[in-house]
Design a protein around this ligand. Structure first.
Ligand code: SER
Length: 600
């Protein structure tokens, strides 16, 4: 191989060190702030710093970050999709902007010392402009100064990057593509086209904006930052002229194990090739999740549920290839060995990783035999062309561990269909009601009460949480935002965006303001309105609803107005007395307060 993934990592380090950048260690796949399930981009752990916080390692940084995205999970099996992948990134936290970013990107890509890509093989896109930021002539000129021709530069209106959710740092970007040399599929063919002529390899985001609340217009950040992300798997495969990223060095041993055991040759273009790819991807991701500093183990909720799904899908693929599921242990072993230098903890945790995989494979086998009985029961009175309803398909999944794909496959053999949408709806309902580590049931961060006394206390603590957020925003600043909330009958626990440890004076003032609101004994009212009306009314909260959706807004006099699903007390007076128990760090840029209420 001309360029291996290990060599690319080495070149990446050499290059940025030569530009006086400091390496930050890749963060856990499990984000610290709990706002999303997984680390989906290299910039995610850097959000507080892009927002203005000082980074302890300086303002020029780079990293090699494992990322996990599940939105494309059903695409895995083709020639380029992965759940887990590496993103190479470099950051300027106000240190440099477009000129250096573009110059260095171009140098890394084209210099014979690094990737040595002929400039004719590159194409870039730049922001076409809107009412927030102008057409990016600056980026275009800078690319031309590097030697790119005008016809290699495309202006696109979707060259704007923001984190999923639409809140936080964002800005126009310039994306860099590798031109495979295939002819354009049409006159309008441009790098965003799916025809296979272009492969995106790197994204440079010029993060100089921020969206405070979803739906609001971006405003300028205090500093002009650069956030870049290069897909390691993509780069390795295009530079080797591979038709599939699964030909990369990291998968070679895994593919060999599967070829030897199945007696089949890997060809990504046929159905069996798809099974090879799914196994390689899902087991590599599973090794990274199990071997992570914060290990995930298979379960039915959250990250554990994703891991379970990955392992069980891989097991299904072994069935398709006619090999035993324990082949997956051998596959996992190849990844532990391959990444031994970069992730030595995989080697130390080899036994744990293989053991967890093995346990899940066994659990699945047991569930399958039970599930098969249930499946036969469900279809006993069905006929060709009938449909299994979503709730039954979900029960097969939830109680018997039948992945939806398996239900669909088996149903097909009988000419029966499956209500996929109904399945997703049943799944959503289930996920809203899930258990935390202590075994208590939670709904939207509030424990499910076992009796009416508990229910009343939970509602009062929930109202106290709103009053406290209101007070925090007045005392610390209105950039304070909720990052997580968890309420049990004993206490509230609240995580929020904050760039410093709260001082004793701030804490005392927050406590005083909450008690003032309690003494004022104002009614707690609830109104239903559209998202737009809620926003216009000044309510805070998560605006991830669709246009026109109805939301409920809870108001506590002048002290708080939040979008929330309840339940709450009827008046603030019911809370009696509020006390902060503890203030601590939750993760970088996020503080945590534990507080409670009592009767006198
Ligand atoms: N945040 C950008 C991306 O994920 C660049 O790192 O593409």
């Amino acid at each position: 191989m001309q360029l291996t993934s290990k060599k690319l990592m080495r070149l990446w380090r050499e290059f940025w060190i030569s530009k006086q950048h400091i390496e930050i260690k890749g963060a856990s796949l499990i984000p610290e702030d709990n706002t999303v399930l997984f680390t989906t981009a290299g910039m995610q752990p850097l959000i507080p710093y892009l927002m203005g916080k000082t980074h302890p390692l300086g303002n020029k940084l780079f990293d090699i970050q494992p990322c996990l995205r599940t939105n494309d999970i059903d695409e895995v099996g083709d020639n380029r999709h992965h759940t887990m992948f590496f993103m190479l990134g470099n950051w300027s936290l106000g240190a440099y902007f477009k000129p250096e970013a573009i110059k260095w990107s171009y140098e890394f890509l084209t210099s014979p010392k690094y990737l040595g890509i002929p400039k004719e093989r590159l194409a870039v896109t730049v922001f076409a402009g809107n009412d927030i930021a102008p057409r990016d002539e600056t980026a275009s000129t800078l690319w031309q100064q590097q030697g790119m021709n005008k016809d290699q530069i495309y202006y696109l209106s979707d060259n704007w990057w923001e984190i999923g959710g639409g809140v936080g740092p964002c800005g126009p970007d310039t994306e860099i593509f590798y031109d495979t040399g295939k002819p354009k599929c049409s006159e309008n063919c441009n790098p965003s086209c799916d025809c296979g002529k272009w492969v995106e390899i790197w994204n440079n985001v010029f993060m100089e904006f921020n969206v405070q609340n979803k739906g609001e217009k971006p405003t300028k950040l205090p500093k002009q930052n650069v956030d870049t992300g290069m897909g390691l798997e993509r780069v390795v495969s295009v530079l080797n002229g591979f038709a599939s990223t699964y030909q990369n060095d990291c998968f070679v041993d895994a593919v060999k194990v599967l070829e030897d055991l199945s007696g089949r040759k890997f060809n990504f273009e046929n159905d069996e090739g798809r099974d090879f790819c799914i196994i390689c991807d899902h087991i590599r991701a599973s090794v990274f999740l199990l071997g992570d500093i914060q290990p995930t183990t298979p379960s039915n909720v959250g990250q554990g549920y994703v891991l379970r799904r990955l392992i069980r899908r891989a097991v299904n693929c072994t069935r398709q290839l006619g090999i035993q599921p324990d082949a997956l242990l051998k596959v996992a072993d190849t990844f532990i060995n391959f990444y031994a230098d970069e992730f030595p903890q995989f080697v130390q945790k080899r036994e744990f990783i293989l053991d967890e995989l093995n346990k899940e494979i066994a659990k699945f086998a047991k569930a399958l035999s039970g599930g098969l009985k249930e499946f036969n029961h469900i279809i006993a009175n069905m006929h060709n062309g009938d449909t299994i309803d979503g709730v039954s398909a979900f029960r097969l999944f939830d109680t018997f561990g039948f992945p939806l794909e398996l239900t669909i496959d088996l149903s097909k053999e009988h000419g029966i269909k499956v209500d996929k949408q109904g399945f997703e709806e049943a799944m959503k309902k289930h996920q809203q009601l899930s258990r935390d580590n202590s075994g208590a049931m939670f709904k939207g961060g509030v424990a499910v009460a076992n009796n009416s006394t508990e229910a009343v206390r939970l509602a009062r603590l929930h109202s106290a949480t709103h009053l406290m957020l209101g007070a925090l925003r007045r005392v610390v600043g209105d950039y304070v935002e909720q990052r997580g909330s968890n309420i049990t009958p004993e206490r509230l626990r609240f995580d929020f965006l904050c760039d410093h440890k709260l001082t004793p004076t701030e804490l005392a003032e927050v406590e005083r303001q909450v008690n003032e609101a309690i003494e004022a004994n104002v009614p707690i009212t609830c109104e239903t309105m559209t998202v737009e009306q809620a926003r216009a009314s000044g309510a805070i909260g998560i605006f991830d609803n669709k246009y026109g959706d109805q939301v409920t807004v809870y108001t506590m006099g002048k002290f708080s107005k939040e979008i929330c699903g309840g339940p709450h007390a009827k008046t603030t007076g019911e809370l009696k007395k509020f006390k902060i128990l503890k203030e601590e760090s939750s993760s970088s840029g996020v503080r945590r307060i534990k507080a409670t209420i009592f009767d006198d």
